[in-house]
Design a protein around this ligand. Structure first.
Ligand code: C2O
Ligand code: CU
Ligand code: CU
Length: 509
């Protein structure tokens, strides 16, 4: 354990005290120039404040301010950042199914932005997508009714074409949606104690302490990747567990990196939810892979009292999910994983979990979590196909869906309210893409004709589509029609999104 308080910059400060190999390995990479890596001491995990808002005329209201700030991810190092009601990231908003909420979003970052409620089923005018721009100095106040299952959602900037840099600098936060039924299942739900949000974000720091963004060609082609992992904005965090059962709610809040998460002793854990709600029943596993914007809750048992490290590595998609050919062979695997071309370090220590001496006993957890309808594609009235494309030109390419880049003035698809559709997402490119659709929680029917993994059989709003794969989704469009305001569908690799891998659809009556 490193107890030294001073900040050691790069490899050249060995005189002050050489960091242990473990710490060095988790903060720096061989590709890095001296002076570009900071070494941080271990810190307690930061848990974002949780807000319940204020009831005003029966409406739960939140006042959210987009602002500039300075963060100290490393002691004594100032990093200019963006945040919501704070210097970096935003508070967790706690809301309940069935109530009406109002978000008062004031923008004071000196440039236009938006705030999108990712995963929410709501009217297009309240979505916070690229058409709901909030100019510097203005306040946007959408209202919507919470029509979700209980789960963890999030909010983030969706400003075309600067979503990537704005989210990277910190414009994101969490939303806990709760309801009575899920609250009575006996699941851990003491926020920050046994129910702990884990926002994963990789960042690259310049020698001046600033975030580095988009400086390499790979950053634009493959998406921005960093060599330092921030967990809720904490570098090298540890967490003292006061209970035998710990519920971790993961959000991959990174611009483009995928994480394969598991524990240092390979202990198994249970996944209990996916993006938009609880799974039918807990799924036991030893690792879980999350693409950008995906969420999952897991339950891990700490009753043996032993400290354990939550770790992450880079998933490989060559053949793992039936991708085959392009994976390991031709491209050498490195490109797929992002190791070789994605820039640096791909294994991270995520969270050092230390079970406390006087822990509370484990909570008994029920076997059935949620009643999920069987996803029946025969009731779909229409099938649409979306083919992802990357122009492989030198210096960065054009990112497309069905051969076209995003155009704010073009509505690509029009769907009828009250219907179900099958959407096929096809990925002929050589890297995986996390595909996201606004307004709906969908179900995954199959991947290249094979059933989805057990952990992705529940409600989803983002699906990772590996190279050479064809994923079929079942969607339902309900409640809100608006012929004039579109929703988005896009790759949630934010650099791909900003480069045009996005389209628009309207729901009409
Ligand atoms: Cu997470 Cu279109 O957004
Ligand atoms: Cu979204
Ligand atoms: Cu993409």
């Amino acid at each position: 354990m490193i107890t030294r308080r001073s900040v050691v910059k790069g490899f050249l400060s060995a005189g002050i005290g050489i960091p242990t190999a473990g710490v060095l390995a988790s903060c720096a990479t061989g590709q890095q120039l001296p002076g570009q890596a900071f070494v941080g001491t271990q810190k307690p995990l930061v848990v974002p404040d949780i807000l319940t808002g204020e009831m005003r005329n029966g409406v739960r209201s939140f006042d959210l301010g987009l602002q500039r700030g300075v963060s100290n991810f490393f002691d004594g190092v100032d990093t200019p950042t963006l945040g919501i009601n704070g210097a970096y990231l935003g508070p967790t908003l706690r809301i309940r199914v069935g109530e009406t909420v109002q978000m008062n979003v004031a923008n004071n970052i000196g440039q236009s932005s938006t705030l999108h409620w990712h995963g929410f089923h709501l009217p297009a005018r309240a979505d916070g997508g690229p058409h709901q721009v909030i100019r510097q100095g203005q306040t946007w106040s959408p209202q919507f009714t919470v029509k979700q299952r209980a789960s963890m959602f999030w909010y983030h900037s969706h400003m075309v074409p600067r979503t990537g840099p704005q989210v990277y600098q910190g414009l994101a936060g969490l939303i806990y949606v709760e309801d009575e039924r899920s609250g009575n299942l006996g699941l851990a739900q003491e926020y920050g104690i046994d129910d702990v949000p884990i926002v994963l974000q990789d960042r690259r720091f310049g020698s001046d302490g600033r975030f580095e963004y988009g400086t390499l060609m790979h950053d634009r082609m493959l998406g921005m990747k960093g060599d330092t992992l921030l967990v809720n904005g904490t570098v090298n965090p540890h967490f003292v567990a006061k209970t035998d059962t710990l519920r971790l709610r993961f959000l991959n809040g990174s611009n483009s990196r995928m994480y394969k998460l598991g524990f240092s002793d390979r202990r198994s854990f249970y996944q209990i939810s996916s993006d938009g709600g609880l799974l039918a029943s807990p799924v036991e596993m030893i690792s879980i892979t999350l693409g950008p914007a995906e969420r999952a809750d897991i339950i891990v048992d700490l009753s043996d009292g032993r400290p354990v490290m939550l770790k992450s590595s880079t998933p490989s998609f060559g053949g793992m999910m039936g991708g085959g050919m392009m994976g390991g062979g031709m491209m050498g695997g490195g490109m797929m994983g992002g190791g070789m071309m994605g820039g640096g370090q791909t294994n991270f220590d995520v969270l050092d979990i230390r079970p406390d001496e006087g822990r509370k006993r484990a909570i008994v957890q029920s076997g059935t979590l949620e009643n999920l309808e069987f996803p029946d594609p025969t009731i779909a009235v229409k099938t649409r196909k979306f083919t992802l494309g990357m122009g492989m030109m030198m210096g960065g390419g054009e990112m497309t869906i069905n051969g076209r880049s995003m155009d704010m003035n073009r509505v690509d698809e029009t769907v009828r309210i009250g219907t179900k559709e099958v959407w096929i997402i096809e990925n002929p490119t050589m890297i995986p893409h996390p595909f996201h659709i606004h307004d709906v929680q969908f179900r995954i029917l199959d991947r290249n004709g094979s059933p989805p993994l057990p952990g992705e059989t529940g409600l989803k709003d983002t699906v990772v589509v590996p190279p050479r794969e064809r994923v079929r989704l079942l969607l339902q469009f309900a409640d809100y029609a608006d012929p004039d305001r579109p929703y988005m569908y896009h790759c949630h690799n934010l650099e791909h999104e900003d480069a045009g891998m996005m389209g628009q659809f309207t729901v009409v009556s």
